[in-house]
Design a protein around this ligand. Sequence first.
Ligand code: CTP
Ligand code: CA
Length: 225
Amino acid sequence: IIGNKNNHKLNGKHFVVTAGGTREPIDPVRYITNKSSGKMGYAIARSLIKQGCDVTLISAPTSLEIPKAVKYVPVQSSSDMEKAVLNHFKKADGLIMSAAVSDFKVAKVANQKIKKTSSDDFELHLIKTHDILKEVAKIKQNHQITVGFAAETENLIDNASKKLRTKKLDLLIANDVSREDVGFNSDFNQVTVINDDNTKIAIQKSTKEEIADQIVQIICKKINK
Ligand code: CTP
Ligand code: CA
């Protein structure tokens, strides 16, 4: 409802949201990616918009409709995403890093389509990508809030808490991706939000839309504290 103050808690704020799974090229027609659909990040972008926030959505390719009112920045690889994030974060009040960024990329991308040879095996040499959140931590200012996601298949809370500390985040959304009914590609999710003071908020299984709204409410409280 327009004019409902409750709906405009982030008026005048600018957030950068990342979404989707990056594509690391192998050759002109092939790439390495992951199961991320982008749904969680797009839902967060829409929730922020509902709160009156300006949103820059930096997105790897997805099959989703671009949310109305976002500034849309399409990217492909993790290094494209890194450049876009570092550039837009400078002027932002916060970053929500929901993208599934590849941890490795192909060391030497082929200029031409790789041909089969007579050999029965084929090796791809991969090298580490930059950790975008760690790069962001180096330039982060006090007023800026950073939120990460942790995709885990085991030891969810322990592993996620470590990421919160090493990436110097304000909030970490711990996501169990071992389940079929929630997480990657599903319309549903179930997450635990971990605060930088180590307090935790468990959000029950619900649609990504509802989870996004709850995450954004937690962010609003943190900002207006
Ligand atoms: N992330 C990032 N840059 C990368 C890899 C991940 O910024 N190169 C961000 C993700 O967007 C996410 C958070 O870091 O918000 C955690 O990602 P995740 O894959 O769960 O953790 P990693 O630190 O990559 O560790 P691992 O995959 O080994 O568990
Ligand atoms: Ca990773």
